[in-house]
Design a binder for this molecule. Structure first.
Ligand code: ZN
Length: 257
């Protein structure tokens, strides 16, 4: 498995769940004004709910990785403080295509889904980068992904750089599936700089370094809907703003099987 692939998949699954909520909302509106009102009402909550789920997932992933690698010293990953994620800004921006001469609902949906995905993914990225700065055993973080989202991303991944505090913020775009993973001192770097020889190697060697993406079977709509319902129910307990991470992981694991 490519480094960080399980984290990327978990965060992508959260986006899938958020998009399903968005689709549900979309079905209830019939014109641009209704869409604006509904989005301004709901989008900030979607950003917060799934953004903090993503941050929690990443913190848990960081701690597990650290434990699996037997990194010594006591440290617990720090869940990023997401602050105002700009859900209302996204709502106003995303409905732009609805107010043209020909309202374009599909274009609006792409903008909103992209902005939502970015905000959700940032919950995990900020958690990993921030934790890698605070962790005395970490040198910083590296970018991981399949680079299929943008040439720019592939170029950054190929560099294999380790970023420490102050050197760079995580550069991303809407619909970007790149993530950050920590690099620990005295250990091999999880992401090596790209060298052509790896890619010119034999098919067997190529298979060994494959970073092929495995997708959630999103075609399984019923299954996703029921998972979403269960996740919702788990969150709906009164006064419970936190997400049961074990439960969430179980739900996400269920997506793949
Ligand atoms: Zn990207």
């Amino acid at each position: 498995m490519a480094p960080g692939a399980d984290l990327r998949q978990g965060v992508a699954d959260l986006s899938t769940l958020a998009n399903a909520d968005l689709a549900e909302l979309w079905r209830t509106v019939t014109n641009a004004d209704e869409a604006r009102a509904a989005l301004q009402d709901i989008l900030p909550a979607l950003c917060e709910t799934y953004g903090s789920a993503s941050a929690t997932l990443a913190a848990d992933w960081y701690d597990t990785l650290r434990e699996d690698m037997n990194i010594d010293g006591r440290f617990s990953a720090i869940t990023a403080d997401l602050g105002d994620q700009g859900g209302d800004v996204l709502a106003r921006w995303g409905i732009g295509p609805l107010f043209g001469p020909e309202p374009d609902w599909a274009a609006a949906m792409v903008l909103i889904e992209g902005g939502l995905q970015r905000r959700i993914a940032n919950g995990a990225r900020d958690t990993i980068t921030g934790s890698s700065y605070a962790d005395p055993k970490a040198l910083g973080w590296q970018r991981v992904g399949v680079g299929a989202c943008a040439k720019f991303c592939q170029m950054l991944i190929d560099r294999g750089a380790v970023y420490s505090e102050g050197t760079a913020r995580f550069a991303s775009h809407d619909h970007c599936h790149c993530h950050a993973i920590p690099a620990f001192g005295g250990r091999p770097l999880p992401v090596k700089p790209y060298t052509p020889s790896v890619h010119d190697s034999t098919p067997a060697q190529k298979a060994g370094t494959s970073t092929r993406k495995t997708n959630v079977p999103v075609s399984d709509v019923d299954r996703l809907a029921s998972l979403r319902g269960r996740l919702r129910a788990a969150q709906a307990a009164p006064g419970n703003n936190t997400i049961d991470i074990a439960n969430l992981k179980r739900l996400i694991a269920g997506l793949g099987g």
